[in-house]
Design a protein around this ligand. Structure first.
Ligand SMILES: [Zn+2]
Length: 144
């Protein structure tokens, strides 16, 4: 797995807006966290063309916390990435689920894949900003 200091980790020196990245959100998985599910995320541009897709399989909590296995084509090769989950207990005694960033191991709600990078990681690891640099993003994403 890639992390800061590993060979395939690319950190941009210039801050990239999160709106220019592919992203996955923990909220997409919390309703299904106890089931084994698989599917595909597809991101499309403003005119509906597929620009990228990521296949996923969610392995539910058994003896370990759930795992998300991602598979996608990136920079000329198939990437397989395993995302670990963790959870925290809310005051209401509910459970909040988090991804564990593969690079820094911090718990986060979203993971991002900027252009020309190989691995999903958190906003801090990819040096991303929420600041809007563009007039309008042309990337929107859908769950198929
Ligand atoms: Zn991170």
């Amino acid at each position: 797995m890639g992390g800061p200091g590993s060979g395939n980790w690319i950190r941009s020196k210039q801050k990239i807006p999160v709106s220019q990245c592919l992203s996955i959100d923990i909220r997409e998985f919390t309703a299904s966290i106890h089931r084994c599910i698989s599917g595909e995320f597809q991101w499309r541009n403003a005119i509906g063309l597929d620009i990228s897709s990521v296949s996923y399989s969610l392995l539910p909590e058994t003896k370990t916390l759930p795992l998300l296995i991602l598979s996608y084509y990136r920079c000329g090769q198939i990437q397989n990435e395993i995302i670990e989950f963790t959870k925290s207990t809310l005051f209401s005694r509910g459970t909040r689920w988090w991804f564990i960033c593969p690079a820094c191991k911090k718990r986060v709600g979203k993971l991002y894949l900027p252009a020309r990078t190989l691995l999903f990681a958190c906003r801090a690891c990819h040096n991303l900003t929420h600041r809007k640099q563009q007039k309008k993003s042309s990337i929107t994403w859908f769950i198929i």
